[in-house]
Design a protein around this ligand. Structure first.
Ligand SMILES: [Zn+2]
Length: 332
């Protein structure tokens, strides 16, 4: 990995983050904004901790000392494997605690990015009551407030939005939350990452709402796209500009990822892929769901399959930068 990391550092020194070259876009970490040269090797969808599974009113409390004892050594290990930045996908109402994320970042040396938004999957279990009453604009105002003034009085600002769709026909509440996300994007430039999985109807509903607001699919991440088997359809959505998050890497599914990535490369769309594990270093206090197979298994396998340093840099540094750097992406 030392060779790989050295190459990433050299390549990113010449990175031009903005699409028009006029403005240096940034990413908000829990320790403030960073620029392109500072993002390094990225894991684009993990959980430093979560209380997914507990009742909604209990999800923001942790046994903090036990958590730090388990999480910090693991995240230090991840850092030693070459990871500089992790996007944390634990949303408000199922365990987001930005003060704890900051402590983990400070102790491990890894840059961590947190999110705003409401997670609409899991049969609405982590949607607070007010979200059913408020309009998309009122919901967006809450998330814009976090973007402008920080989360829970900490001054820590979100670096993206995390939303979700249940399986089946897209529900009114999931569509409303997404519409709030699009309104928030137009005000803040935050990217909208949406747990969607294999729900093609939900993909189409989201693309329609983006279109209605003249927001480019480039502002949107299809999260858990790897749950959908048909790589050709993923490539089709990528060709429209959507970000395809293949976020289920494990140490026993390298072959599947290699074949999907070869298909994206053959289609000339490797520049739309985000890779991660959807791991969790503190899943309700249980054993770590690991997030190191990319460094130990996938990167070496990519090299064996002829992926170049430039392509690895694209997958793990340039694409996450492009996907998450804060800017409004309109179609007209
Ligand atoms: Zn996740």
């Amino acid at each position: 990995m030392v060779t790989a990391i050295t190459v990433f550092v050299i390549l990113i020194a010449g990175c031009q983050p903005s699409e028009d070259g006029k403005e240096a876009f940034v990413i908000h970490t829990v320790n403030g904004p960073i620029e392109a040269g500072e993002i390094g090797f990225v894991l684009s969808h993990e959980h430093l901790m979560s209380n997914f599974g507990l009742p909604i009113e209990e999800t923001d409390t942790y046994d903090e000392l036990a958590l730090y004892r388990q999480v910090i050594p693991y995240v230090k290990h991840i850092h030693e494997l070459g990871v500089q930045t992790i996007f944390d996908y634990t949303a408000d109402y199922f365990g987001r605690r930005v003060d704890i994320l900051k402590a983990i970042a400070d102790s491990s040396g890894v840059q961590i990015v947190t999110n705003t938004g409401i997670y609409g999957a899991a049969d609405n279990r982590y949607i607070p009551e007010y979200a059913f009453m408020e309009s998309p604009g009122e919901l967006a105002a809450r998330w814009i407030e976090e973007f402008e003034n920080g989360i829970d009085g900490t001054g820590i600002r979100p670096g993206f939005m995390k939303l979700a769709f249940d399986t089946g026909e897209p529900s009114e509440i999931d569509k409303k939350l997404f519409e709030a996300g699009v309104i928030t994007h137009l005000q803040t430039g935050l990217t909208i990452a949406v747990h969607t999985g294999a729900n093609i109807e939900a993909v189409q509903a989201q693309l329609e709402i983006l279109d209605r607001y003249d927001v480019s699919p480039e502002a949107w991440i299809w999260t858990h796209a790897n749950w959908h088997d048909d790589t050709d359809y993923l490539i089709h959505v990528a060709s429209k500009g959507g970000w395809i998050s293949l976020d289920g890497v494990r140490d026993d599914n390298t072959d599947e990822y290699i074949s999907r990535l070869i298909a994206f490369r053959d289609a000339g769309l490797l520049n739309k892929v985000l890779l991660s594990h959807d791991g969790d270093a503190w899943p309700m206090g249980d054993e770590i769901r690991p997030f190191h197979a990319i460094m130990t298994h996938l990167v070496p396998a990519l090299r064996e399959n002829g992926f170049t340093d430039e392509e690895l840099y694209e997958l793990f540094t340039k694409n996450p930068w492009e996907a998450y750097s804060i800017r409004i992406r309109k179609t007209k």
